[in-house]
Design a protein around this ligand. Structure first.
Ligand code: BG6
Length: 467
């Protein structure tokens, strides 16, 4: 029994969303299409055209966030609202929307934490090769500078790219992967990755130049990786998986280098990216001020079987997709699962916080963590999501333990502030503190109501996490 340290005084108790999952108004007021808007919709689920219609409800939503007691709100800007074609002509109505949203947040003393790019690459850029095309790096850099100039007087916290590692791994499922046929798909994938890392580095540099008081950092999805057993081969597999799925992204963001294990993995596959002159200097000179990360669960891996079975079946998202010859996904018999088969591991959260802090010693903020569930509205309109409260409380307890371990954590923004549409499992999979009255295909009245977790989180914030 440890004597627990308190949460820091100005801890960012927050909550999270992303533009394409919450805003709707997908083609309103001059917004251009993104890759998400053009991707085929997963059968049986809704599209992203209306979602929670936050675009038209933002005032009401921010008032609810204030009532919830949020100190911070993490949301993303839709690139195609600012630049409908990714670059070129700016869209004043899109600019105005985020001005209004940011002003509304500030008026309620809620700190805006802005994700610059959350999966929704402009379709116009995708048509020119997306992240395979080096020009996208410049388009992103210009988009970032524009945001810093437009909103930097009010926005102090910036996140570069949401879950770049998941885009590289699951881009086809999210709709972000290039569909153009290429000779060596793996090399192309890691070329895209290199371009995104370079784009991120440029964003960090220009943020510091344009806004000396602002802070910026990457926002990957990071999980502690467990070996399936104490067999040395399994332990080695876990180390490989960490290097390729976690540290590849953060090592580059923080130290500006490809780690040796990830690089050797790429060499083995003839998938090392072409690195242009000057790229590595830019990477090395760009520094994040903090690390943001999303955490849902840990990953467990075993030694490679040496054949295609290492990849696992793509239908089973819950088991880590392995890398042939390097590691194979395994399930963890010690963990329970949520209604969608995702493993639940609060202690793994502490492990993850410690792993990241030990490697980088930078302040940490959690930009996503939460429980997707089918919520039930009772006859009296109440929603008793005790399972969500239980999930979040257990994870918050682990943050406090990590803080007690000496990890510097400055915020927690669970997913999601309000119900929205999941990446590929529709809107019946809910995450919010605030319920939105709609079904998968029936938009109903989109009325907002408070779940039981809303009142619980409100009380927790009021006590700064103390019990
Ligand atoms: C993260 C994403 O991967 O997980 C979010 O950044 C996403 O966009 C969240 O919604 C939960 O995943 P899902 O698939 O249940 O929506």
């Amino acid at each position: 029994h440890k004597k627990l340290k308190d949460f820091p005084k100005n801890f960012f108790w927050g909550a999270s969303t992303s533009a394409y999952q919450v805003e709707g108004a997908w083609d309103k007021d001059g917004k251009g299409p993104s890759v998400i808007d053009m991707a085929p919709v997963v059968p049986g689920t809704t599209d992203f055209k209306v979602t929670s219609d936050h675009y038209h409800h933002y005032k009401q939503d921010v008032a609810l966030f204030a009532e919830l007691g949020l100190k911070a709100y993490r949301f993303s800007i839709a690139w195609t609202r600012i630049f409908p074609h990714g670059t070129g002509e700016i869209n004043p109505l899109g600019v105005a929307f985020y001005n209004n949203l940011i002003n509304e947040l500030k008026a309620h003393n809620i700190e805006p934490i802005v994700t610059i790019y959350h999966f929704d690459l402009p379709y116009a850029l995708q048509q020119k090769g997306g992240w395979s095309n080096r020009d996208t790096v410049d388009a992103f850099a210009f988009y970032c500078e524009t945001l810093f100039e437009l909103y930097g007087d009010r926005v102090k916290y910036w996140l570069t790219i949401n879950e770049q590692n998941m885009m590289i791994l699951h881009g086809d499922a999210i709709g972000t992967k290039s569909t153009v046929a290429v000779e060596n798909p793996e090399k192309d994938l890691y070329q895209q990755n290199h371009h995104m890392l370079l784009a991120q580095a440029k964003a960090m540099k220009s943020c510091h130049e344009i806004l000396p008081h602002a802070k910026i950092g990457p926002a990957p999805n990071i999980s502690a990786i467990y070996p399936a057993s104490s067999k040395p081969e399994d332990v080695l597999a876990a180390s490989n998986c960490s290097a390729i799925r976690n540290w590849l992204y953060l090592d580059m963001a923080v130290y500006g280098r490809y780690n040796n294990i990830a690089w050797s993995f790429l060499e083995e596959r003839n998938a090392t990216p072409d690195i242009a002159e000057g790229d590595m200097e830019i990477m090395a000179s760009a520094k994040p001020d903090f690390i943001a990360f999303n955490y849902y669960s840990t990953m467990t891996v075993a030694a490679s079987a040496g054949d295609a079975s290492d990849r696992g079946s793509t239908g089973d998202q819950q088991i880590v997709v392995g890398e042939v010859g390097v590691f194979k996904g395994a399930s963890n018999p010690n963990l329970s699962k949520n209604a969608f088969g995702w493993e639940i591991d609060p202690v793994g959260f502490r492990n993850t916080l410690r792993d990241i802090y030990e490697r980088y010693a930078l302040p940490l903020i959690i930009t996503e963590n939460g429980l997707g569930a089918f919520d039930k509205v009772e006859e009296d309109g109440s929603i008793n999501d005790d399972y969500r409260i239980d999930f979040l409380q257990k994870h918050i307890d682990q943050i406090q333990l990590a803080i007690t371990d000496g990890v510097d954590v400055f915020g927690f923004c669970p997913w999601s502030a309000i119900d929205l549409v999941s990446t590929h499992q529709g809107c019946s999979k809910r995450y919010g503190f605030i319920h939105v009255n709609r079904d998968e295909f029936d938009l109903k009245d989109l009325k907002r109501s408070k779940k039981k977790s809303f009142f619980w989180y409100n009380a927790l914030i009021a006590k700064n996490g103390a019990k």
